[in-house]
Design a protein around this ligand. Sequence first.
Ligand SMILES: Nc1ncnc2c1ncn2[C@@H]1O[C@H](COP(=O)(O)OP(=O)(O)OP(=O)(O)O)[C@@H](O)[C@H]1O
Length: 368
Amino acid sequence: MSIELQEITKSYADNLILRDVSVQIQTGEFFAIVGPSGCGKSTLLRMIAGLIPISAGVLKIDQQVANQLPPQQRKLTMVFQNYALFPFLNVRDNVAFGLKARKLNPIKIERRVSEALKLVNLSEFAERKPRELSGGQRQRVALARAIASDAKICLMDEPLSNLDAQLRGKMRSEIRELQQRLGLTLIYVTHDQIEAMTMADRIMVLNDQQVQQIGTPTEIYQRPQNTFVAGFFGTPRINLLSVQHAVAADLIVDEYLKVALKDNLPAGNYYLGIRPNDLQADFTSPTTNAALRNLEYLGTQSVIHAQLDNDQLVRITVDGKLDVGLNQRLLVTARQNFIIFNDKQQAVLFAEGGEQFGASNQQQFQQA
Ligand SMILES: Nc1ncnc2c1ncn2[C@@H]1O[C@H](COP(=O)(O)OP(=O)(O)OP(=O)(O)O)[C@@H](O)[C@H]1O
């Protein structure tokens, strides 16, 4: 079942929370909504669920206008951040509750509940009350309840936020696998960029009351439309430098790229966005343009914090462990995969895969 939002807006009194959110979510799509705390993710989800009214715009579920439809008629199920379990029912009955209310065949209910509990590793806890469970276990009951329901649309609000890292990783792939197996349309709210990148077919990035970008994980990562999106995805964070400074510091070494930058962009202030793994650090070069200020060893990778001679700080990731001392001189260069942003923080140019610019690459330009 598809979901369509047409210029959905929400305000509380004079307080605008969300403005003109539009998107079409396809049947069977895993759609993630991400953004920093307070950007309106839960508010959007609750409007889709029918728990709070929409101030303006149109919501369609299965191609029907659903703005006024009561929640129970929206054919969806929801997993909340705070569990929303019945304290007086045991785990099994919590999971079965919605199915019993719909008066499904008891044998079918029993089978679905058992399957769902097994899937979230809670079979042994079926007789326990919520208060006899850990936070993570309660969250898994809530997941099992959604899994057991046969609703074709599932809304999840930070469902994994209370789980430890290991279980979170496991549940990520399980939810994804389940969503695909059942053909669920899943709208998944998270503030965790990694969760969104690893699970979703498409991601909506919210900030400043509005949609910043909607795209596949690859599009969002490789072609972020503005500096906010570029900075929100990727660890360590993307480097943002003034183009003039980067060129002056000989950070962009390819003469051809320098020419392309000059020729293709109208005069103005531009920013260069380069992911830490797209910069090279050479500690043996006779010419240098930076000094090592800090080194973080992360196991398979190290993060170099270097200070360019014009004072700008850059992060560079390299494989393995480095045997270099602080303040050691190095040459930092960029040859490929960078993004140019204008002074309104909008992306205007993408250079990918080390391709050189030319007439055939004109389509790589984006209107700001
Ligand atoms: N009933 C309400 N009345 C007034 N303002 C509200 C109400 N509910 C939420 N807000 C405001 O709306 C904004 C968005 O809240 P929302 O819970 O949707 O954010 P969020 O992106 O889900 O954040 P988080 O990641 O912290 O859960 C916040 O500034 C919040 O204070």
